[in-house]
Design a protein around this ligand. Structure first.
Ligand code: NAG
Ligand code: NAG
Ligand code: NAG
Ligand code: NAG
Length: 412
């Protein structure tokens, strides 16, 4: 989902926080998406390992048996994500979708804050370091630089021509209005959770953000200035050392040494029932006709079809799969997490973006030669097959230019 929105770990430093003293730290990570939690946990892990007294509030389970921290699990509310399957392209649709998604996320944060566990915590305890949800780099006094930095949601790429530039200004203007509205909504939520006799006002709190971690990395983002208090942690979810793959996946991938394997995953939040039968049919027809083995992330009990070269799985160790030497292509929705992992492991992509920053990520990876971007609405068997074959066979995409940061071997 939006990398700038949910992802921010923000810090309100009110007491001296030095490495030699142990601080009381609160991590508030209400997003129900597993992929977000992976990033959050990697950001807070070093603080736990350094012996700080860390409490983490989440709405989904955390599996970290080797870490010592206090975990509070708030109830997971039902979020209406059907908006994702609606048309999210174009200027107005993007704005409408943004408003809906942000409203949903604010509601989610509010519900987390109102859960009994969290209420108890807020009444009885205090922390040195906290993490409210915020996503505006302007908070940190960072310049927008619209003349050469494309707004993430426009999907525009650098360098921008005159019309791109005009579009960027208009888009940012409308986004500004939307953010004013969101700010008003956030203020309402803030007031209903943080009583004025114990907490400063929302406006005042916003001025006191000390540090902002953002889930981007300079080599994959745009050229843009950042003030020193904005720290890029993109790729933090990538493990320095791979975990062993589950046996069945390992055997499946190992057996693909001749033609290679393809990994197809649309992320944690585009579930099977959000896809149209046509889309599923195109995917199945093309994948089942290839000589490559295909690992397909699929969360329904009813499969799109049976084929000897396709392995369906509900949840997959994505980072470890992308690291497998036989993996040749990643067919992805171009979420920022998966794209970063594929870039790290040197796997070229076929990107089919669905919403928000995914269009921008897809355009960008196509532009820098890390894969091919496709349009979901005009997708056909022919266009998908062509894209997959191009990524498999075109040396420009799979070898000569696209080099793995980590590995010296190329993918084809
Ligand atoms: C903002 O930070 C300063 C310095 O740490 C502190 O004195 C002040 O109380 C903080 N204000 C709020 C509203 O937290
Ligand atoms: C917030 O979410 C709850 C539970 O999912 C729902 O009942 C409620 O209508 C939502 N409120 C708003 C303002 O969206
Ligand atoms: C936040 O949630 C609580 C509990 O569900 C609700 O009473 C309150 O009105 C919500 N705040 C806003 C601003 O909607
Ligand atoms: C995102 O996907 C995860 C895992 O599939 C699921 O538990 C969660 O509810 C989804 N999040 C939303 C916002 O639907």
């Amino acid at each position: 989902m939006l990398r700038v929105s949910v992802l921010t770990i923000l810090t309100v430093l009110s007491v001296n926080f030095t490495v030699s003293h142990s601080a009381r730290i609160l991590g508030l990570f209400p997003s129900p998406a597993k992929s977000h939690l992976i990033v959050h946990m990697n950001a807070i892990r070093p603080m736990i390992e350094r012996g700080h007294d860390v409490t983490i509030v989440t709405t989904i389970p955390v599996k970290e048996p080797n870490l010592k921290f206090r975990h509070i699990k708030a109830e997971q509310p039902n979020l209406d994500l059907s908006v994702i399957s609606q048309n999210a392209k174009g200027f107005l649709n993007t704005m409408k979708l943004m408003a809906k998604v942000t409203n949903n996320l604010l509601n989610l944060t509010n519900l987390t804050l109102n859960s009994p566990e969290m209420q108890k915590l807020m009444k009885e305890e205090s922390f040195d370091l906290g993490s409210p949800l915020q996503h505006i780099s302007k908070l940190m006094g960072n310049p927008l630089e619209l003349s050469y930095v494309p707004d993430l949601l426009t999907g525009l790429q650098q360098p921008m021509g005159f019309f791109d530039w005009v579009l960027n200004y208009v888009f940012s203007g409308v986004e500004f209005l939307l953010l004013q509205y969101m700010n008003y909504r956030m203020d309402q939520y803030y007031k209903s959770n943080f009583s004025p006799d114990k907490y400063p006002s929302f406006e005042e709190m916003k001025k006191n953000v000390s540090l902002l971690f953002v889930n981007t990395y300079l080599s994959q983002g745009h050229i843009q200035p950042n003030v020193p208090t904005i720290i890029q942690i993109g790729g933090i979810q990538i493990k320095p050392k791979q975990d062993p793959l589950p046996q069945d996946i390992k055997e499946f991938l190992d057996s693909a040494s001749e033609s290679g394997a393809i990994y197809f995953c649309l992320g944690s939040n585009i579930s099977a029932d959000l896809l149209t039968p046509d889309f599923i049919n195109i995917m199945f027809k093309v994948f089942s006709s290839l000589k490559q083995k295909v690992i397909w992330k699929w969360d329904n009990d009813e499969f799109p079809g049976k084929s000897a070269n396709i392995l369906y799985k509900k949840w997959l160790p994505q980072d470890d799969i992308l690291a497998h030497p036989n993996l040749k292509v990643f067919v992805t929705h171009a979420g920022s997490g998966g794209v970063t992992e594929a870039q790290y492991h040197g796997v070229p992509m076929v990107a089919i973006p669905f919403f928000a920053d995914q269009f921008s990520n897809a355009n960008k990876l196509q532009k820098i030669g890390h894969g091919v971007a496709l349009d979901r609405d005009t997708l056909t068997k022919e266009s998908l097959r062509k894209a997959v074959l191009e990524v498999l066979e075109n040396p420009r995409l799979c070898g000569d230019i696209f080099q793995s940061i980590q590995r010296s071997t190329f993918k084809c």
